[in-house]
Design a protein around this ligand. Sequence first.
Ligand code: HEC
Length: 192
Amino acid sequence: MSGSVASGADPRPRNAKRNESPFQVPLVCALQSELMKRKLLRYVVLPLAALLLIGQFIRPARTNPPVDPKRTVDAYTSVPPEVRAIFQRSCFDCHSNQTRWPWYSNVAPASWLVVSDVNEARGLMNFSEWDKRAGRRSGPEFGQICERLQERDMPLFYYLWLHPRARPSSTDVEAICSWTDAAQKNWTQGHQ
Ligand code: HEC
């Protein structure tokens, strides 16, 4: 064995250029990616985590106001049980005071979206407070219910991702539409 290697001395000739070292490139890469990781952690991951944490303190109220039977849709129009069952399964989480608040409605930012959707939906059409809709100048506009179902833009698509069983079948849509037709006719006759 030649003495110089065994003694731990640098085997490379003294005049070798630094960047010719076979260890140099991987080392630089490793250092750079370590640096990138730290920057990512410092400027992206930690601030996002902090925001998420602070966000948990902003808690919009999840309410289920009491249901007064004198104000529900049933007090104004007769709703057959099979139609009611579809509404209950597919619409009541947003369009009634009987919302089943899911666990993620406790966690920001999902909570903000869920609460604002429910509030907006209740404001426009609330099966538990049908007096509001019936009292509008244009009446309850039952036809809108059928339209939104036929266009398949109700229930909201992201709600259906999380609640696939709430998707109305085509038979459900037909049942709802024949009910809305009849209810609208009755309403118009009663208000002529
Ligand atoms: C995840 C919540 C959610 C569910 C479930 C849901 N909706 Fe909605 N709905 C909304 C929101 C939010 C709006 C207001 C925004 C819009 O019009 O798209 C709305 C608006 C409507 C409107 C318009 C009301 C108006 O006067 O403009 C109708 C009609 C309607 N929904 C019917 C239904 C029916 C029928 C179902 C069940 C088959 C249903 N929705 C299920 C959230 C929901």
